[in-house]
Design a protein around this ligand. Structure first.
Ligand SMILES: [Zn+2]
Ligand SMILES: [Zn+2]
Length: 270
C-alpha cells in the first residue's frame, strides 16, 4: 500500500507531526508514503504554504525521518508546487538544490486569483464559467510544456464544488494530454475529492480512461492534511483505476519513476 500525497504543518493548514503521519501509515501496513507539501510563491499575509526559506528544513526533516523509519516504511520527499508561469525558473532554482524524490504541481490560483477556496456562486453546483475553464487549461498546457514536473496533482480540481466537467473541458483536455504522451507524465488519482462537494476522485472516470488511452501513468494520493486521512477512500480509487485498465501505479525515487502493481481492494480496507 502506498500514499503519494501527504501534507505537513509547515503549510499552515495541516495538523499532526510528520512522525504522527508516518506512524499512522506504519500501523496500517503501508509500505511507502510520500510527503508532498505545498510550495507556493506568494506574498499573501496568510500563506497556505511553507515559506521558500523553509524548503531546506523541510527537506532535511524528511531525510532524517526517511533514515530513522527505513526498516519499517519507505518515506519519500516531494513538493506540490503551485504552478505559476511567472516563476518556472525560480522553482527550478529552489528545488534543484535538493535531492527530492518527486515534484508534483497543481493549480489553485489563476493569475493570482484563488479559484478553489469557495464556490463561484452560492449554488455550489453552478457551472464553472467557461473563461475560467479556458484559463485553467491554458495553465495546465503551460505546466506540461514546462516539462519539469513529475506528477500533475488533482487534474480536474475545478469541479471541486460539484460542477462536474463540461464537454469543452474534456475535449480540450484530451488534446493537451495526447501531446503529453511522449514525456513520461504521471497523473495522480487524488481521493480528497470524495470528501469535497464533487464527491468523486480527481480525476473523474472519464478522464482516467483518457489518460489510459494517452499512455499516461497514474499514482495515488489522499491529499491528507491530518494523519487519519492517509489512504482515505483508496478502495474506491483502486476500483476506478482498475476499471480504466491500469494494472500499475507509479512510484518515484530521486525523480526517477518505476511502478508497482495496483494494491488489492482488500488491502485498501485495512
Ligand atoms: Zn493543502
Ligand atoms: Zn495537496
Amino acid at each position: 500500500m502506498l500514499d503519494y500525497h501527504l501534507h505537513t504543518r509547515l503549510c499552515n493548514h495541516a495538523e499532526g507531526s510528520m512522525v504522527a503521519f508516518i506512524r499512522q501509515a506504519v500501523d496500517r501496513g503501508f509500505e511507502e508514503i510520500c510527503f508532498l507539501d505545498h510550495l507556493t510563491i506568494t506574498d499573501s499575509p496568510r500563506p497556505m504554504t511553507m515559506d521558500v526559506a523553509e524548503v531546506p528544513l523541510y527537506f532535511q526533516t524528511v531525510q532524517r525521518l526517511k533514515r530513522s523509519f527505513s526498516d519499517r516504511i519507505a518515506v519519500r520527499s516531494g513538493l506540490e508546487i503551485e504552478f505559476n508561469p511567472r516563476y518556472t525558473e525560480l522553482f527550478k532554482q529552489i528545488v534543484d538544490d535538493f535531492a527530492f524524490d518527486v515534484i508534483g504541481s497543481s493549480i489553485h490560483q489563476l493569475d493570482g486569483i484563488d479559484i478553489v477556496s469557495g464556490p463561484y456562486d452560492s449554488d455550489a453546483a453552478f457551472p464553472v464559467p467557461e473563461t475560467l475553464q479556458r484559463r485553467y487549461l491554458d495553465y495546465l498546457e503551460m505546466m506540461l510544456a514546462n516539462e519539469y514536473f513529475d506528477i500533475v496533482c488533482h487534474l480536474d480540481l475545478l469541479k471541486k464544488f460539484g460542477a462536474g466537467s463540461s464537454p469543452y473541458f474534456e475535449d480540450r483536455l484530451a488534446g493537451i494530454l495526447s501531446r503529453a504522451t511522449a514525456r513520461n507524465l504521471t497523473v495522480e488519482v487524488n481521493t480528497g475529492g470524495f470528501d469535497h462537494p464533487a464527491a468523486e476522485a480527481y480525476p473523474s472516470r472519464n478522464i482516467l480512461t483518457m489518460l489510459k488511452n494517452a499512455g499516461i501513468a497514474v499514482t495515488i494520493g489522499s491529499d491528507a492534511h491530518r494523519p487519519e486521512e492517509i489512504g482515505r477512500h483508496f478502495g474506491r480509487a483502486f476500483e476506478m483505476i482498475q476499471a480504466a485498465g491500469f494494472r500499475h501505479l507509479a512510484v518515484f525515487a530521486g525523480r526517477s519513476r518505476s511502478e508497482v502493481p495496483v494494491p488489492s481492494l482488500a488491502a485498501a480496507d485495512r
